[in-house]
Design a protein around this ligand. Structure first.
Ligand SMILES: [Zn+2]
Length: 73
């Protein structure tokens, strides 16, 4: 199971990508631990790879506790 708790809510990989991207992705991979700490609050950061369009693959990073997020764009 790759669903994880983010900001107190259980999210799927698709939902996590949507939180960061602002739109639902075409496809999303499993959520993984980014093995880094949030620059804002120091809590755990998770990552998800997704395709916002057929020609693009993006990895998103999202803090599990606060609203911080980033991508590798
Ligand atoms: Zn944070």
């Amino acid at each position: 199971m790759s669903n994880r708790v983010v900001e107190g809510r259980m999210v799927t990989p698709e939902r996590l990508a949507e939180l960061v991207e602002g739109e639902p992705p075409l496809e999303a991979e499993s959520i993984e631990d980014a093995e880094t700490a949030c620059p804002e609050c120091g809590e755990n950061v998770i990552s998800v790879g997704y395709m916002p369009s057929v020609t693009e693959f993006v990895t998103a990073y999202k803090c599990q506790e606060c609203s911080w997020s980033d991508t590798d764009r």
